[in-house]
Design a protein around this ligand. Sequence first.
Ligand SMILES: *Cc1c(COP(=O)(O)O)cnc(C)c1O
Length: 373
Amino acid sequence: MTYLPFSRPSIDEQTIEAVSQVLRSGWITTGPYVTKFESALSSYVGGRKVRTLTSCTAALEIALMVAGVGKGDEVIVPAMSFAASANVILRRGAVPVFVDVDLVSRNLDVSSLEAAISERTRAVMPVHFAGLPVDMDRLLQLARKFDLRVIEDAAHAIGTAYRARRIGAFGDITCFSFHPNKNMTSIEGGAIVCDPADEVRLIEVERFHGIERDADGNIDVVSAGGKFNLSDVSARIGLAQLERLDAFNKRRRELAMMYFQQLCADPPGILPDAGDEGHCWNMFTLLLPFDRLGMTRTQFQQAMGKRGIAIGVHYPCIPGLTAYRKLDYREDRYPNASRIGRETVTLPLFPAMTDDDVRRVCAALRDVLANRV
Ligand SMILES: *Cc1c(COP(=O)(O)O)cnc(C)c1O
């Protein structure tokens, strides 16, 4: 029995060979492949400017800096996401203001957004959960009305299309992740899409020690910058992955549709929103009513594990995490996020999975729920 992880990157032999060439070239850190990767990403998002960084977390934090978010400013973020979505706000000295998410789409509810806006709100950070786009037309309209910056956490959404436009091809600032669990990888890595030239310059300075060069190439340090530049080794992998991204996402979509086919007739819990062709399916998550099932999620994970299937948890409700409880956030103010945090399970979904793998997961799921061991 082969063990089925919930996510696995697809790295082909050609990519391994291409990386070997970079390693042999003598130039392994930021160099020509970073430039090539950035222009390929820029083409992918319709020509907007893209700068790579070492992670999406770094991209989000730098995006907040670029947007001028600082001490005491409020930033609106969904209560259910990966903790990085909110951590970056605290790291800027700003205040995360959580909004609840929808139980089916798992995305922030744009209709409840307006109630969370105050005098001190500077930005909103929507998350396109699992690759299902947030209602961006309404969100951007609201942001214009209240003069807010919009920083999209598009960690799950490279290749997602919203009303036939790719995420990153429109909007304000968009951040992508190339962590191995995302739709394409550069091992670790991320990117920020941002148009104004002065803001792009800020990103470049912040990602590399605050260094600026004059026309003669003389170096000066203009701010206490950080160190978030991607290596050419990573960029070479990213470049190869980007070429395969649409094929990866097509396969993800086929697998997700197979899950629906096998689970819809007698759903074991709340299925995710199927979205439309624009959904890039980073994950397939279900809500299972563990209280009523007479088993805990950990027992469920162990039982699936015995059948050779890994089950992920994406994600706990952020306000319930220790770092946030210490700041007096309370998870019960966000009933949907809180319920998702307790009930969510992530089924295996990655491009190299076979149709049989989906059948095996669904059969194991039914078996575990029937027998509770
Ligand atoms: C993975 C993830 C991040 C962080 O991405 P890194 O590249 O690992 O820093 C941020 N937000 C969400 C929603 C994520 O899933």
